[in-house]
Design a protein around this ligand. Structure first.
Ligand code: NAD
Ligand code: LMR
Ligand code: MG
Length: 530
């Protein structure tokens, strides 16, 4: 006979102590993955305590629940799996997806879903059904960073198979064992999925995440005018980098005396992220009064074959827009050669190529610019094009730096320099919150651009004095509320808002309204676990 212990709290149980106790337990874990597993279990046991700890320790916990450690969690997900914690919609559910979605508890509460198909998780490639932690991690940032209610979030992984053989061969692999669908089979699945999502979750905003580049562009184009959705890797990344670039260009131009409209940007990597960011950066130049065509002239793109030129045979569709028509000569393939030709003021990496920005590259950028702008944006940190300490060392501390994943500060000439984190985590919580509160019908390009401008204007005096280009992460709720306000105002301008009463609010009242809507974990002393 099993003997169950009585359900009473242990003697001397005190919540404040338990918060500290949980933190000590977390810190005692020997590596990031163990910490991830611990936090995931804590969330199941005591979600309020989990969010309380997360909110109070963003700088420490975000790199575990999100980039970079979430990359390890995804790579190993089939092996560390403990319990269902999100929704899998499988290719085998084709024909009755609506029925599968209907199983989600309290569908009427759902407001935001992050949907991945696992086909390009960070820079780690096709991880198949192991991609679910990306959706979970992004939604934890919605909850912590924008105060979205946990019950309103729906993490989804589309389990469509994988083209990665080692997963198909792994007896513990959690997903369906087949190669990915292509063409009509994939399109039919996505069409049925989106229709079913709207039927089951009528108030939902869908964030597409980490789809491989072709599908990322294709489904964004196909669905953005029909459903309330956006693509985080294309639009969210575009917005976050535009924001950081606006501030970086000001710093660089102030140092060099060269005007803002003289900046030239070289993109190393021309996938969904590279091209998404390049398109968004056009507005940096158009906001200065240039035409779109002129702006395009300031942007150069590079892929694995070198500088992208229009005369290249078999160029993929998404690369055509920025393909150069003004270069004559043999293909330029070496990055240093390309930099010598372009003479960029900014070098942005979205290539998944670890250490691609070598000492030669960094020194060349520093020889061309008083303050070179270098953003190695590939995630996770193991795929970053350049580490922060090398960037500081090789440019003699001149670099204006932002990376996709977090880096610790570096001391240079007795001054602690902080790395900016150019990661879409600064943008999507605010876009989501603004869209949800205004009941936006669609997410327009201008709503994304306004989100970006609001982020660039959100630095406080101390951050400006410290030469930062992004605000510090522990202020994310304040920042998200400002981004949300900018998104709402733009939705109103374009008649895309459904909550018309918000139109009458002054800017201050709108901000107050947004902040009042943010969910807080109940304080330790009133929490249900007492
Ligand atoms: N910082 C952020 O917020 C953020 C957001 C989205 C994506 N990313 C990162 O961007 C990276 C790329 O994502 P994606 O969806 O565009 O992937 P992708 O695979 O579609 O694109 C990679 C691009 O890099 C190019 N490339 C690969 N090897 C190269 C080489 N040796 N030389 C030059 N170019 C090379 C490819 O040709 C391709 O154009 C990922 O690591 C992802 O984590 C970062
Ligand atoms: O997930 C991240 O950290 C950023 C981005 O969406 C990516 O795909 O790398
Ligand atoms: Mg992503």
């Amino acid at each position: 006979m099993t003997h169950l212990p009585p359900k009473v709290p242990p003697p001397h149980f005190h919540d404040t102590n338990h918060l500290q106790r949980s933190l000590v337990q977390l810190r005692s874990k020997s590596n990031g993955l163990e910490k991830y597993i611990f936090l995931s279990s804590l969330k199941e046991r005591d979600p309020h305590l989990f969010y309380e700890i997360l909110l109070a320790n963003m700088l420490e916990l975000v790199p575990i629940l999100y980039t970079p450690t979430v990359g390890d969690a995804c790579s190993n997900y089939s092996h560390i799996w403990r319990r269902p914690e999100g929704l899998y919609v499988s290719i085998e559910h084709k024909g009755y997806i609506r029925h599968v979605l209907s199983g989600w508890p309290a569908a009427h509460n759902a407001r935001i879903s992050v949907v991945t198909d696992g086909s390009r998780i960070l820079g780690l490639g096709d991880l198949g059904a192991n991609g679910l932690p990306i959706s979970i991690g992004k939604l934890d940032l919605y909850i912590a960073g924008a105060g979205i209610r946990p019950q309103s979030t729906v993490p989804i992984c589309l389990d469509l198979g994988t083209n990665t053989q080692r997963f198909l061969d792994d007896p513990l692999y959690i997903g369906v064992r087949r190669k990915r669908p292509v063409g009509v089979e994939m399109d039919e699945f996505m069409d049925e999925f989106m229709v079913a999502m709207r039927e089951v979750f009528p108030d939902l905003l869908v964030q597409f995440e980490d789809f491989s580049t072709d599908n990322a562009f294709r489904y964004l184009d196909k669905f953005r005018h029909k459903y309330r959705c956006f693509n985080d890797d294309i639009q969210g990344t575009g917005a976050v980098v535009l924001s950081g670039f606006i501030n970086a260009a000001r710093l660089a131009s102030a140092a060099s005396g060269r005007p803002l409209n003289s900046h030239k940007i070289l993109f190393f990597g021309a996938g969904s992220a590279g091209i998404g960011v390049a398109k968004q950066l056009i507005s940096f130049f158009t906001l200065l009064g240039m035409s779109e065509e002129e702006a395009k002239g300031h942007i150069y793109t590079v892929d694995s074959k070198g500088l992208i030129t229009a005369d290249r045979k078999g160029l993929q569709e998404h690369k055509k827009f920025f393909a150069r028509t003004d270069y004559r000569g043999p293909p330029l393939t070496k990055l240093t050669e390309i930099i010598e030709y372009v003479k960029p003021t900014a070098l942005l990496g979205l290539s998944t190529m670890r250490n691609a920005f070598t000492e030669d590259v960094a020194k060349l950028m520093a020889s061309l610019n008083t303050r070179p702008i270098i953003f190695p944006l590939s995630n996770p940190v193991s795929l970053s094009e350049l580490d922060f300490d090398d960037a500081v060392k090789w440019t003699g501390g001149k670099v204006v730096f932002a990376s996709g994943s977090p880096y610790p500060s570096v001391v240079h000439n007795n001054v602690a320099l902080e790395a900016g984190q150019g990661n879409n985590m600064y943008i999507f919580p605010g876009i989501g919150l603004g869209s949800i509160l205004s009941k936006a019908k669609r997410i327009s390009d201008s709503m994304v651009t306004q989100a970006s401008i609001a982020l660039s204007e959100s630095l406080n005096e101390d951050e400006v004095r410290s030469g930062l280009i992004y605000p510090r992460l522990d202020r994310i709720r304040t920042i998200s509320s400002k981004i949300a306000a900018a998104v709402i105002r733009q939705a109103q301008k374009e008649n895309l808002d459904g909550h018309l009463l918000l139109r009458g609010l002054s800017d201050d009242s709108l901000l107050e309204y947004i902040q009042g809507k943010m969910w807080q974990p109940p304080s330790s002393f009133t929490s249900s676990r007492m």
